[in-house]
Design a binder for this molecule. Structure first.
Ligand code: SF4
Length: 375
């Protein structure tokens, strides 16, 4: 089982962000951490027979709050949950919100992977996104993380952002690859409803065209390969041995418990979400209520998720595993869809593995929709 802990606080809300995150006060952080500890304690007794293989402290910006809160959370997880001895423990951090002593304290608390939200190395692109940091601050943070002893660092990058073109994106990719972080995530910007970007009437003037967006995606794999990174998921690249175990577990339908405001869980065959309203969250007494009220996923829903999540991975899905999970041959459920996708050059089969082709990845949403089953 995997554990996700949500810290919803940020120094400032970015203009494209629709995550559960916001600015806050010292009092709110205190109340939140007290409630988070209460939630962790309740789940610890519920999960006492399960081994935690990975922990991900995400947000928001977990590095925005003082380090001792994080130390306390890590200590509680170690003491109350059954944690695998070599568990991958990640924290998300933003440049400009870390110091050497903060990073050292994370290391001491057992955190062994750090994920920096950089997005771009260019000032005008960062500014348009509403990010608070500069590239120099990122470089300092990265160097400090190495100094603190982190040997597994991810850097988040973003393509198709306003004021970006293929050349500036290539510059960002190369600069970061030369730094040799162990892992790079490179997502395309999605304009989400309810964000300032969604309302920005001038945004279209600054966005790269669809053709450029495709080019950027193709460039990512090609350039990162030159520097020794292998793509293992639609948007994730790693040096050998550094695929993110937490994300791989998620795409392989391993159970996970999400703790904190707005966190999602997949436990005992059920999916459920915690409230996104702070006031409601702070009043919760019984944290297992949503779990008890949630319905188990139907076999069809489990099959759909098996395909949706599994096909995100470069390796794809194992037809053998499909049979083991559902007692049915994949051909008997999805034969026609798979045959057509292979014929159209969108999927390929290699022994027991079925995966998207490069052409399939570019229209992945369309391909994956075909795996919805009529109930
Ligand atoms: S730092 Fe991340 S979570 Fe916080 S507002 Fe920006 S994009 Fe959202």
């Amino acid at each position: 089982m995997e554990l996700y802990v949500h810290i919803p606080f940020c120094a400032q809300k970015c203009k494209y962000c629709d995550f559960c995150s916001f600015q806050t006060s010292k009092e709110q952080i205190d109340s939140y951490i007290i409630q988070l500890k209460k939630e962790l304690l309740q789940w610890a007794s519920f999960c006492k027979d399960r081994m935690i293989s990975t922990v991900f402290i995400g947000g928001g910006t977990p590095s925005f709050i003082e380090a001792w809160y994080i130390e306390m959370i890590c200590q509680m997880i170690r003491e109350r949950f059954v944690l695998k001895s070599n568990a991958e423990i990640t924290i998300e951090a933003n440049p400009g919100t870390v110091s050497l002593s903060k990073l050292k304290s994370y290391k001491k608390a057992g955190i062994n992977r750090i994920s920096f939200g950089l997005q771009s190395t260019r000032k005008e692109e960062l500014e348009y996104l509403g990010r608070i940091h500069t590239y120099d601050q990122f470089l300092q943070s990265f160097e400090m993380a190495r100094k603190a002893g982190f040997e597994n660092i991810n850097v988040d990058l973003m393509s198709a952002i306003p004021k970006q073109n293929v050349h500036t994106y290539e510059e960002t990719l190369r600069k970061i690859a030369k730094l040799r972080p162990e892992h790079i995530s490179a997502y395309s910007l999605i304009i989400e409803e309810g964000t300032p970007f969604y309302e920005d009437k001038h945004l279209m003037e600054y966005l790269p065209s669809e053709e450029e967006e495709v080019l950027m995606y193709q460039m990512t794999g090609k350039i990162l390969k030159e520097y020794g990174y292998q793509k293992y998921e639609i948007s994730n690249y790693a040096r050998e041995g550094y695929d993110c175990q937490h994300n791989l577990g998620y795409w392989s339908q391993i159970s996970y418990l999400g703790v904190g405001l707005g966190a999602s869980s997949y436990l005992g065959g059920k999916r459920f979400d915690r409230t996104k309203h702070m006031e409601e969250y702070l009043k919760i007494q019984d944290f297992s209520k949503e779990y008890e009220q949630a319905k188990e996923l139907s076999v069809h829903e489990e099959m759909e998720e098996f395909m949706f999540l599994g096909l995100r991975k470069t390796k794809g899905i194992s037809v053998k595993k499909f049979y083991q999970c559902f007692g049915k041959k994949i051909e008997d459920v999805y034969g026609t869809v798979i045959e057509k996708a292979i014929k159209d050059g969108l999927m390929k089969r290699d022994g027991q593995w079925l995966s998207l082709t490069e052409a399939g990845v570019l229209v992945s949403n369309q391909v994956l929709c075909e795996f919805l089953l009529d109930v």
